[in-house]
Design a protein around this ligand. Sequence first.
Ligand SMILES: *Cc1c(COP(=O)(O)O)cnc(C)c1O
Length: 342
Amino acid sequence: MANPDLNWSKLGFGYRETPARFVAEWVDGAWTPGELTDRSTIEIAEGAVCLHYGQQCFEGLKATRAADGRILLFRADRNAARMARSAERLLMPPVPPEMFLRAVTETVAANRDWVPPADAAGAALYVRPVLLGVGHNLGLRPAPRYHFRVFCSPVGPYFGDGFGGGIKLRVADHDRAAPRGVGQYKVGGNYAPGLLLHHQAKADGFDEVLYLDALERRYLDEAGSANVFGVAAREGQETLVTPRSESILPSITLDSLLTLATEDLGIAVERRPVLLEEVRTFREFSLTGTATVITPVASVTHQDATWTFPESPGTAARRLFDRLSAIQRGVVEDTRGWTVAV
Ligand SMILES: *Cc1c(COP(=O)(O)O)cnc(C)c1O
């Protein structure tokens, strides 16, 4: 039963407090077993390393309600593995995958009334695991303690009313992440520098920024909170083209779309460096990630030039979106073991 007091079709993408969250601590070289709590605030030392030097990482995944009422998690094992990679890069103790999955499952189960009903388009329970370096410290050293928390919030579409209209992107004139930097890790330090660029883009009438590679500024990297892909017709073959770059976050949603494209939908896939100027050859262009799912792009603006896409939403994006949603909502059989019922 979904909570009757929420207007599911009007949820934006924002924080809404739910009753339960999971917390575990790493103290004296070991993780506590962890438990659910109703406390939505954290008390930490003023010298905590996460506050000063950004020793923290996070994840994002969704729980969706299937048509038959089950609650499904999508590829949570991949989020567990990615968070472990992020943690190791920042010299934090990785959360063991079995604890990560137990934390996510227990949190979703305890908040099951906040999972939107199956018929609420674009709505889901967003799950946010976060790992923080805490404890007293001042010098640039790893934290003496760590705090792992999983909380969740019911959300609607990330942009406006979702799949519909098509968003406007502006190419950022500053960079997000450098080659050999930490762009491929989901660490908080990658995001604060983008706030100003995003704010300025919004003020100028755009919805989101698009980052170029920081070395040559000729190739596409990704958007502020999502990967990107274009669709081109190559000798009649519909082809999904997506950037290969070491400074973008490896999206689990994109990985899933590449599989669905080749195995289920007969769409060819190219993952390679993509020149900014190649954007104008795409019939359609989209963002993809857990929060944005697939968000069609209506236009890309770089300095004085704007390219618009004839199809927004395009037919390939629509087919990919329908296929992915059908799996996530348990409408078609999941032959790949991507979904797990809570
Ligand atoms: C989380 C994130 C994505 C999307 O990854 P998913 O695994 O699909 O949710 C893409 N880009 C950035 C910068 C991200 O933080």
